[in-house]
Design a protein around this ligand. Structure first.
Ligand SMILES: *Cc1c(COP(=O)(O)O)cnc(C)c1O
Length: 371
């Protein structure tokens, strides 16, 4: 059995967890939380970090902290995990969707400006699977139209855009530390920013909006308990010590698949690079020629004990939104096609060279048999 993801926990994780237990610091009050915030935010070239329960919580807080509200329009990709859309819809704002690029799967930035209206308040960019969004045109539009920018860098730890760290763009960026990301805390996330006002606002929202300078248990605003525990942060600090190795390993996995599967008929392989970044291979993503090919290959791989995952489902076709009357009659053919025809192979950091060879030879056999 080769699962779609296995994490790598071979550094100081156990040692730091033992420290938590020996000292009794297991809640969010423990010292690893601030240490993780400082070390991770510095790693992505930001001044401040706010560690939270998960990446989706980080998006909720970022959207709330920037003051997005009822009736505001927020531009985001049609093809993404649902989290940014949930965060926007929860505050009563309106996601305005942008079609995808068929090769990077990121939003096609040349289509953004046509979506800007007097109600547009913000853009959320989501870097998908391996490449950053082409940021320069997005930054220009934000400048020109006075828009806020949130960067969802949940899949891009250590990736760069033209040499600048993902997570360093815009008003706030968010990360996830779910076990399939480049570094993990089990569950976990972080908001990073350079603005001290936003930093304090995020810390407050994470902590039930307790007022730091007013009597405790008297609240003036809504908030969440989205705190990260010292146990999670202890794992995060240990993982961060090995992040260069994790990134190198992901790239080795990507390159091994790339050379082993070169020329595979009927499937689009990932790009190795774009003009502004090298693929970081968060996952090794393939697009089949048809939806039925995709389903058949994934089913047959599963029969041989090899895990796969389908791509994200497009936001405009999510029943949860359609049932609210949203995105009726909207169509983004590229997002729809990659969502239906795309899947990814086992891509976790625990994958061995033998595992990769096995996956590739099984996949090639399946493809040969069905053609
Ligand atoms: C994983 C992920 C998230 C959500 O993170 P969780 O920690 O699972 O809540 C958000 N955005 C993107 C792009 C992701 O890949």
């Amino acid at each position: 059995m080769i699962p779609v993801n296995t994490p790598l926990l071979n550094g100081n994780e156990q040692k730091y967890l033992n420290e938590c237990i020996e000292t009794g610091w297991i809640s969010s009050e423990g010292p690893f939380v601030e240490r993780f915030e400082q070390e991770f935010s510095a790693y992505v070239d930001r001044k401040f970090g706010v560690a939270v329960a998960n990446g989706s919580a980080a998006l909720d807080i970022a959207v709330q902290a920037l003051g997005l509200a009822e009736g505001d329009e927020v531009i985001m990709p049609a093809f993404t995990i649902i989290s940014p859309a949930f965060s926007v819809v929860r505050v009563g704002a309106v996601p305005v969707l942008v079609e995808s690029d068929p090769l990077t799967f990121n939003m096609d930035v040349s289509l953004i400006e046509a979506k800007i209206t007097p109600k547009t308040k913000a853009i959320i960019v989501v870097h998908i699977y391996g490449f950053p969004v082409d940021m320069d045109p997005v930054l220009e539009l934000c400048e020109k139209h006075g828009l806020l920018l949130i960067e969802d860098a949940a899949e891009m730890h250590g990736q760069t855009y033209k040499g600048k760290k993902c997570g360093s763009f815009g008003d706030m960026s968010i990360f996830s530390f779910y076990p399939n990301k480049h570094i993990t805390t089990g569950e976990g996330g972080m908001i990073v920013c350079n603005n001290e006002f936003f930093f304090n606002k995020c810390k407050k929202l994470r902590n039930l909006s307790f007022e730091p300078d007013k009597p405790r248990f008297i609240h003036y605003e809504m908030g969440w308990n989205y705190r990260m525990t010292n146990l999670q942060a202890a794992i995060g600090v240990a993982q961060l010590e090995n992040i260069d190795y994790h990134i190198q390993k992901k790239r080795e996995i990507g390159r091994a698949y790339q050379s082993n599967l070169a020329g595979l008929k009927g499937f689009q392989l990932p790009l190795e690079k774009t003009a502004y970044a090298d693929n970081i291979y968060w996952v090794f993503a393939l697009v089949a020629e048809s939806e039925s090919d995709c389903q058949q290959v994934c089913r047959k791989l599963a029969e041989k004990g090899i895990g796969t995952r389908p791509f994200f489902w497009p936001i405009h076709q999510q029943p949860v939104f359609n049932n609210k009357g949203m995105f009726k009659n909207e169509s983004y053919p590229i997002a729809e096609k990659i969502a239906r025809n795309g899947f990814y192979l086992p891509s976790g950091l625990g994958l061995s060279a033998d595992d990769i060879s096995t996956v590739c030879s099984v996949l090639k056999e399946i493809v040969q048999d069905t053609q």
